[in-house]
Design a protein around this ligand. Structure first.
Ligand code: NAP
Length: 287
């Protein structure tokens, strides 16, 4: 076993997630849509899908976020398209979904990854901020699931993959907006899995622990002191990398998990497990 401690940050020069262990044609010709696919985890999932044969469309608000993947796709011969979309805008989601289905003829996989988050005491959270996070995470996931789900129902089925967080069921002080939205997405995962199984649509999720990304590092642990406090609560004693979480995600989306639906994989280095109240080597005193 390699005892070297993995680095917590990825770099774009590295091999795309999943390419080391999944066959090169795992997602061959699968029309895949990734919201927030230009940065962080969404970028790593998109790179992995494209490298494994998928025809990928990334959707997010800022076209500047699309440039890195489009450039890499050009160099490597991957099929990647990008469209500007704010997933909070229902009519725009419908329009863009219709465009993609018209252009590609079908949709096989939707990854609901777009999100926004920041730490704020609940008593100080503005209604606008609450609405913004719920809008992206909960509304956006439903708008995209409904529109791309309709195309899957009309076609040969497909799958939807959602990114949640362990605080969807544990709760987390300071992120009531995100925790509430992710809890809703977890319920949506199970509900749609049960409802759309008859249309041959699988719906699963992953609940990652902390990994570095522009959004997370800037808003959730703005300096190394905060990061270290967070790291101390993780039994595996490090953050994940976005590429690592992407690899777990691609495994769940691959045919290796064809019988799995309505599930959520916890990938958090043990961070949501109970912490021991004793330390190794300590004698338990009796009597
Ligand atoms: P990130 O790099 O900040 O990614 C967020 C993405 O969402 C960006 O690409 C952003 O692109 C897009 N986005 C935001 N608002 C949008 C909107 N209204 N419409 C469309 N796209 C929008 O963050 P990340 O850390 O990789 O997060 C990826 C996922 O992992 C999220 O679901 C997050 O909740 C989850 N997660 C992260 C962690 C962590 O520690 N990092 C832990 C647990 C779960 P634009 O700005 O171009 O719109």
């Amino acid at each position: 076993m390699n005892s070297e401690r993995p680095r917590e940050t990825g770099d774009l020069a590295g091999d795309p997630a999943g390419t080391g262990f999944l066959p090169a044609d795992t997602f061959q010709d699968q029309v895949s849509v990734v919201t927030g696919g230009g940065t962080g985890l969404g970028l790593e999932i998109s790179r992995g899908l494209a490298a494994l044969g998928a025809d990928v469309t990334i959707l997010s608000r800022d076209p500047d976020h699309h440039g890195a993947l489009l450039a890499e796709a050009g160099e490597r011969g991957w099929r990647v398209t990008a469209k500007a979309l704010d997933v909070r805008e229902a009519q725009d989601v419908t329009r863009v979904a219709n465009e993609i289905v018209a252009e590609k003829g079908k949709v096989d996989l939707l990854v609901n990854n777009a999100a926004g988050n920041f730490v704020c005491p609940s008593e100080r959270l503005s209604f606008n901020a609450w609405r913004a996070v719920l809008g992206i995470v909960l509304d956006g996931t439903f708008y995209c699931s409904r529109e791309f789900g309709r195309a899957m129902i009309a076609g040969d089925g497909g799958q939807i993959f959602n990114i949640v967080a362990t605080y969807a069921w544990t709760g987390m002080p300071g992120v009531v907006h995100s925790a509430s939205a992710k809890a809703g997405v977890l319920a949506m995962t199970k509900t749609l899995a049960a409802e759309w199984a008859r249309h041959r649509i699988r719906v699963n999720a992953i609940a990652p622990g902390p990994f570095h990304s522009e959004g997370a590092s800037g808003n959730l642990w703005p300096d190394e002191e905060w990061a270290e406090r967070l790291r101390k609560g993780i039994p595996l004693q490090r953050f994940a990398t976005a590429r690592e979480i992407a690899a777990h995600s691609l495994y769940l989306c691959s045919p290796l998990c064809s019988w799995v639906t309505g599930e959520c994989l916890v990938a958090d280095g043990g961070g949501s497990l109970p912490t021991p109240w004793w330390t190794a080597g300590e004698r338990v005193k009796r009597g």
